[in-house]
Design a protein around this ligand. Structure first.
Ligand SMILES: Cc1cc2nc3c(=O)[nH]c(=O)nc-3n(C[C@H](O)[C@H](O)[C@H](O)COP(=O)(O)OP(=O)(O)OC[C@H]3O[C@@H](n4cnc5c(N)ncnc54)[C@H](O)[C@@H]3O)c2cc1C
Length: 490
């Protein structure tokens, strides 16, 4: 196990040493960005990595690694920018490339989305493999060091309202005493469980306000061998839930290694089970039988993994006074209902913001980090706001049971978004816009352009006059006109 070197830095406003807390997606991408500005970057990670770690799927600090991780096209482009050649590496590791409209089946409460060559692709990789590749790439950087088995316990204040470093200890019950690792800049990327609010209080600052929207979503995931000789014209099937009557959905997708990841989700507290038989039964209960039919005789290669820590949660660091030299990024600042598949892309967008803020800081105040934190947190909040709009706004509906309980604005949103989904089932151009928004290539407002919004409004108005005719596109589907079409899920 490595022992942290104590750098003699942290005197303020210099570019000698940056420390990142956590080597998850946010820590790795931020580390890459920081390496372009600081003499040295140290990434501190509580977990210890074993060789071939990606084959173990999740590790203790990233239990979500056992579940399907879809990387949106925008996120994939940003990763390629900071890790050029990553996509080729993933391809060489056996990760297939899919067209998200041609190769994916998406069954919505309004029917099946059209299949066409969209050019919006997805490299299907497990989260563990993706993370391992980024880690290896960073290990090749001469000014970056990753100290695994190092747990950050708190912040060390310096003079003049700034942070001088972090308190660390070796993880795993080591008898070694705590140490201080000095740094000019500390970036917390320790994920959803970040203790930064407490660390700040410990040194006399206020914790940020927290906003939580919880759809009480549960995940259950099992990995299967793709049956020999299996040949269909799809590579991924998603069955989308619909508020309020159908809380269940799921996705089945091939990733590297000739395996399928089957994820079942249940909202509003209708959690999917983690027992093998009950898992299949839950799959059978979805509005479309497609996932159940595919996995019912496939060989499982893992147990069923459950996960329930799925609330949308944002900590408003941009609204609180913070010490200089301390930034919070990734899930530690803002995490999302994972079924929308936007978390890693939000992390990547934040890394771009970090890059932009550091570049600007060097230009406007090369010897000083004053104001960096405020600018970064404000811009980060703006950059990830579209992800929040997509997830939290839809999820708020799960806190009530019936359409009649919604206020007039939310009822209109519910009606119109349902009709947008129905239009997407019928029109390729609308389906393409949905895909672009889901992949964060376009802002959510792209769905409000007149060619989509006006017909959706017309249909919403008409549906109040007469019930909309059933628009089943595929056998086995059971559209329910009153449902919210949570159309942007994984
Ligand atoms: C079930 C599930 C499915 C998901 N699916 C998707 C998806 O399909 N697409 C998508 O884009 N996103 C998905 N996400 C979201 C995605 O996993 C996160 O957005 C992303 O991992 C956030 O990265 P992060 O670096 O902020 O945090 P994490 O990746 O969680 O990493 C935090 C790291 O910090 C370390 N750490 C914690 N505390 C300390 C400490 N005190 N000292 C040192 N190290 C510490 C941890 O060990 C960990 O390595 C999903 C999330 C869940 C829960």
């Amino acid at each position: 196990m490595q022992v942290a070197h104590i750098y003699e830095s942290g005197r303020g406003g210099e570019w000698r040493h940056a420390v990142v807390v956590g080597a998850g997606m946010g820590g790795l991408i931020s580390g890459r960005v920081l390496a372009g500005y600081f003499d040295r970057v140290t990434i501190l990670e509580r977990d210890v990595f074993s060789p071939g770690a990606h084959k173990q799927l999740g590790r203790k600090g990233v239990p979500q690694g056992r579940h399907l991780h879809s990387l949106a096209a925008r996120g994939s482009r940003i990763l390629e920018r900071y890790f050029p050649g990553l996509d080729d590496e993933l391809a060489a590791a056996g990760c297939p490339l899919f067209d998200q409209a041609q190769d994916f089946i998406t069954d919505t409460p309004a029917g099946r989305l059209p299949r066409f060559r969209s050019g919006i692709t997805m490299r299907a990789a497990s989260r563990a493999l993706l993370e391992e590749r980024l880690r290896h790439r960073l290990e090749e950087e001469p000014n970056v060091r990753l100290l695994a088995g190092s747990e950050v316990l708190g912040l060390t204040p310096g003079g003049n309202g700034r942070i001088a470093g972090v308190r660390i200890r070796q993880a795993g019950g080591s008898p070694k005493p705590e140490e201080v690792l000095y740094a000019d800049l500390v970036v917390d990327a320790s994920g959803q469980g970040s203790r930064a609010p407490r660390w700040l209080e410990e040194i006399g600052y206020h914790a940020p306000t927290e906003e939580v929207v919880d759809a009480r979503l549960g995940y259950a995931t099992r990995w299967f061998e793709v049956p020999e000789g299996f040949s269909e014209d799809w590579e991924s099937i998603s069955v989308l839930p619909g508020w309020p009557d159908n809380p269940r959905g799921g996705t089945l997708r091939r990733v590297e290694g000739g395996v399928w990841t089957a994820v079942l989700i249940g909202l509003g507290g209708d959690y999917p089970p983690t027992d093998g038989e009950a898992f299949l039964e839950f799959a059978r209960s979805l509005p479309s039988p497609a996932i159940h039919d595919a996995i019912k005789s496939a060989e499982p290669v893992s147990p069923v993994y459950g996960y329930r820590r799925t609330a949308n949660r944002r900590r408003l660091y941009e609204k609180v006074r913070l010490p200089e030299g301390f930034l919070v990024t990734g899930d530690a600042a803002c995490s999302f209902n994972p079924s929308y598949g936007s978390g890693m892309t939000a992390v990547a967008l934040s890394a771009e913001v970090l890059d932009e803020c550091l570049r600007e800081q060097r230009r406007r105040a090369p010897d000083d980090h004053a104001g960096l934190g405020r600018r970064f947190h404000e811009r980060q909040a703006t950059a990830v706001a579209p992800c929040w709009t997509l997830t939290a706004n839809s999820d708020r509906q799960w806190s009530v049971g019936r359409v009649e309980e919604l206020g007039p604005t939310r009822r209109l949103f519910h009606g119109v978004s349902g009709e947008v989904m129905a239009l997407a089932v019928e029109r390729e151009d609308v389906a393409r816009t949905l895909l672009e928004v889901k992949n964060l290539l376009e802002p959510p407002s792209a769905l409000l352009r007149p060619g989509i919004l006006l017909p959706a409004l017309r249909r919403t108005a008409l549906s109040h006059i007469k019930p909309r005719p059933t628009s089943s596109k595929e056998p086995g589907e059971n559209p329910r006109p009153s449902e919210e079409r949570a159309f942007l899920r994984t």
